[in-house]
Design a protein around this ligand. Structure first.
Ligand code: UD1
Length: 420
């Protein structure tokens, strides 16, 4: 167990490199196992969630080798032979459910525990399951387990009720080896979906329309190994931009696809932060205290729910009152911790009313999920005095060396390893 001890009040300065996208990596590592030969992935972030997905694949017989020093992974699905995903691993992370699409496509049989409730409230997988059924799988749910079987999946038209990144990805995995053509309507348009389509096409899949809300997947009999570089992490990029803004800093965020973070950039600019775009980097320069801005989370290209918590941390020190509406998940539990640092935030159902205070004050706080952890870390950077953040493993799940990167920008953060 570690905690982060932050001495706030230092404006961040310098250049910082964004890692490969976590959510993209999780999808692409599973997709790689659809091939009957090895795939080499570059720009793989060295994060707990990424290792967890690797462990799940290993438990199913896939060869997975991570080379964290080079941010590479080699995945060889030719040895895939198990169809039962272990509960102990699957329960750690919702994206584990992607192995259901993989197993149905490759083996025609999958037993995958349902991802349980988590600190983001109820997060069902009903769209994934309805999609598998539409593709011809016989699905049984009992004792917290999804058992699905189909001799070979058959392409069809599937309307996904609500834009869902996970369901879109899982059904793309399943449909890529199906008989005939699958059309996903109301598909998610997130960059991770596009990254997956490009990668799968490199393996021999026939996917068109990714990035729009209609994706057509013409099933192919087999996929082969390939080499691919994962897109930069747009949420990490946004988090680093907000870190620059909240500390009154001047930071170059390097290795970004600017259009992937457009909504965050617009919100920051509206708050009075100067953000200049270059083709692969952003220059973020705070102009004194930010102004309050209203924001609402939405599917891509809207403002991402994964940046809601860091943005609320920024708004908690803004001039004026900001209204932040969360439309995707139940994601406001961390607000209690921000309040302990002096933030003035009232939550009414899906909306946070954030009255900016001049200064937050350091306090011991606990990270209860990944993005909440990031928000508390950013709040700690801006606060006067010392903030001690426990539950750091949540931050490590999905940010590669975030504290180290912030330290390189001048932040005073110590990682203290506590005896178990
Ligand atoms: C992914 C991202 C997560 C991000 C989220 C929204 C990964 C690993 N995680 O999560 O970081 O916050 O997209 O951008 O990529 N829903 C259902 N039934 C389903 C599936 C989803 O009701 O079967 C609902 C969810 O509860 C949520 C909404 O649809 O309210 C969108 O969820 P979804 O896009 O599926 O999120 P994830 O893929 O889990």
């Amino acid at each position: 167990m570690s905690k982060l001890v932050v001495e706030g009040g230092v404006p961040l300065h310098g250049h910082v490199q964004v890692s490969g996208g976590k959510n993209s990596a999780l999808a692409l590592i599973v997709a790689a196992a659809l091939a009957e030969g090895p795939c080499l992935l570059h720009n793989v972030p060295d994060e707990i969630d990424v290792h967890t997905i690797g462990e799940i694949l290993r438990a199913l017989g896939v060869k997975v080798e991570f080379r964290p020093d080079r941010n590479e992974a080699v995945i060889d699905g030719s040895t895939l032979n198990g169809f039962q995903a272990p509960y102990e691993l699957v329960r750690r992370m919702r994206a584990s459910f992607y192995v259901a699409g993989l197993l149905l496509a490759r083996l025609g049989k999958a037993e995958v525990p349902l991802p349980g409730g988590c600190s983001l409230g109820s997060r069902p997988v009903d769209f994934h399951i309805k999609g598998f059924q539409a593709l011809g799988a016989e699905v049984n749910i009992a004792h917290g387990l999804m058992q699905a079987e189909a001799r070979r999946l058959t392409g069809t038209k599937i309307f996904i009720n609500r834009s869902s990144v996970g369901a879109t990805i899982n059904l793309m995995l399943a449909a890529s080896l199906a008989e005939g053509t699958t059309v996903l309507e109301n598909a998610a348009k997130e960059p991770e979906v596009v990254d997956l389509a490009i990668f799968l096409n490199g393996m021999g899949a026939k996917i068109r329309g990714a990035g729009t809300n209609v994706i057509k997947i013409e099933g192919v009999p087999r996929l082969s190994g390939t080499e691919y570089t994962i897109i930069p992490d747009r949420i990490e990029a946004g988090t680093l931009m907000i870190a620059a803004a909240i500390t009154g800093g001047d930071v170059w965020v390097e290795d970004v696809v600017p259009e992937h973070v457009r909504a965050a950039v617009l919100n920051l600019q509206e708050a009075g932060v100067k953000v200049e775009e270059e083709p692969t980097r952003l220059h973020v320069v705070a102009q004194g205290r930010p102004r309050a801005v209203d924001a609402e989370t939405a599917p891509y290209p809207g403002f991402p729910t994964d940046l809601q918590q860091p943005f609320v941390a920024l708004m908690s020190v803004a001039e004026g009152t900001s209204i932040v509406r969360e439309t995707i998940f139940d994601r406001f539990r961390y607000v209690d911790e921000l309040r302990r640092m002096g933030a003035d935030i009232k939550v009414e159902r899906d909306t946070a009313i954030v009255r900016g205070v001049e200064r937050l004050t350091g306090a011991p706080v606990e990270a209860t999920d990944l993005r909440a952890g990031a928000a508390l870390l950013l709040a700690g950077l801006a606060a006067s005095g010392t903030t001690e953040i426990s539950g750091v493993e949540h931050i490590d799940r999905g940010y590669e060396r975030l504290d180290e990167k912030l330290r390189c920008l001048g932040a005073r953060i110590q990682r203290v390893v506590e005896p178990a």
